[in-house]
Design a protein around this ligand. Structure first.
Ligand SMILES: *[C@@H]1O[C@H](CO)[C@@H](O)[C@H](O)[C@H]1NC(C)=O
Ligand SMILES: *[C@@H]1O[C@H](CO)[C@@H](O)[C@H](O)[C@H]1NC(C)=O
Length: 319
């Protein structure tokens, strides 16, 4: 019995991470040393984060779930925020940490809202945390990332920017929390110029010693489905662009479709009509009736709206 369950566990582990075996990590892994982490600054983003945790829970992710939220949000009572915080904690096993969210407007503030993300570096109760921007959808768990070789930061590139700049995208960031690293972060924030946000700071500090995660499958933009040039995403001219395959491969997709608003805000019919992916010419029919990219793209927005209703009881807002 004991042997069987150990074998089953080992096999399950090998499925999660083919590299785990090579690294001799097939012994029991203490998943409570790892966490997916979210930081929340307002009610809309609270819902987004709870939606991500619902997905991780539903998909059976094994790492902890950790959420930093504004200390002024109550956890008791019947406010939307209180109900969502309790739901996260009680239904999805999320560990909650109240924090101070401050904005640059406050004279003596160091923690502008976007810097709040960098508090991930201070969560030394964990060996590793995976910080994910919440205006996104998780399509598959990413537990295997916690088993990567040690490194201060593992992060994908912003593949949609000029490749010569080799910019890293802080939308997805695997961090080894550390008091020393957090001190460096705090110093960088204190010295930051008015146009330097979390992404600039992470790039400046870790450009030369980050482990680069492949953007396929860890960092896809919804805007990719509107693009007419997929070379940067595919990274290869041999690989043909296939919207359905791209969606199937991706583990994390970030909503980024300017001027289309974020998915919790209702876009006007005109904005959608003008900006949704165009149907492409199908050589078989000779007509522009290959609408796979448009359908995948619309599907991501519809799925978001459905889960927002289901998880948060909130509709897509109009403003
Ligand atoms: C960082 O973590 C330490 C130890 O847990 C805590 O005392 C400190 O307040 C944290 N800093 C911030 C800015 O949250
Ligand atoms: C597509 O993008 C790549 C770089 O991402 C660029 O080198 C190439 O020239 C572009 N192709 C067209 C047709 O614009």
């Amino acid at each position: 019995m004991l042997v069987t369950s150990r074998v089953v566990r080992t096999l399950a582990l090998l499925v999660v991470s083919p590299s785990a075996h090579a690294h001799g990590l097939t012994a029991d892994i203490d998943w409570s040393r790892f966490a997916y982490t979210q930081y929340v600054t307002n009610t809309a983003y609270l819902c987004n984060s709870v939606m991500l945790f619902e997905t991780l829970h539903r998909l059976g992710s094994r790492a902890d779930r950790f959420m930093m939220y504004p200390a002024e949000f109550p956890t008791n009572g019947n406010s939307v925020e209180a109900k969502l915080l309790r739901k996260a904690r009680d239904e999805y096993g999320v560990k909650l940490m109240p924090i101070e969210v401050q904005s640059r407007k406050t004279a003596d503030s160091t923690w502008a809202q976007s810097y709040t993300k960098l508090l991930a570096f201070n969560q030394t109760q964990y060996d590793r945390v995976l910080s994910l921007d919440s205006d996104s959808t998780i399509l598959q768990t990413m537990d295997e990332l916690f088993l990567l070789p040690p490194c201060p930061v593992a992060i994908p590139r912003a593949y949609w920017l000029n490749p010569n700049d080799r910019v890293m995208s802080s939308q997805v960031m695997l961090v080894q929390p550390s008091a020393v690293e957090f001190r460096r972060i705090e110093q960088s924030i204190a010295a930051a110029g008015s146009k330097e946000y979390d992404m600039e700071i992470v790039n400046a500090l870790y450009r030369d010693n980050a482990l680069i995660l492949p953007h396929r499958p860890y960092n896809l933009l919804t805007g990719e489905f509107r693009s007419t040039n997929h070379t940067a995403y595919l990274g290869s001219l041999i690989d043909p662009w296939n919207p359905a395959e791209t969606l199937k491969e991706a583990k994390f997709v970030h909503f980024s479709d300017w001027p289309v608003p974020k998915p919790w805000i209702r876009a006007s019919k005109t904005v959608i009509a003008e900006n949704q992916p165009k149907c492409e010419m199908d050589p078989q029919t000779g007509r522009s009736d290959d609408c796979r990219a448009r359908d995948v793209w619309r599907g991501l927005y519809e799925d978001f709206a459905r889960r927002r209703q289901g998880v948060c009881g909130m509709t897509v807002t109009t403003n």
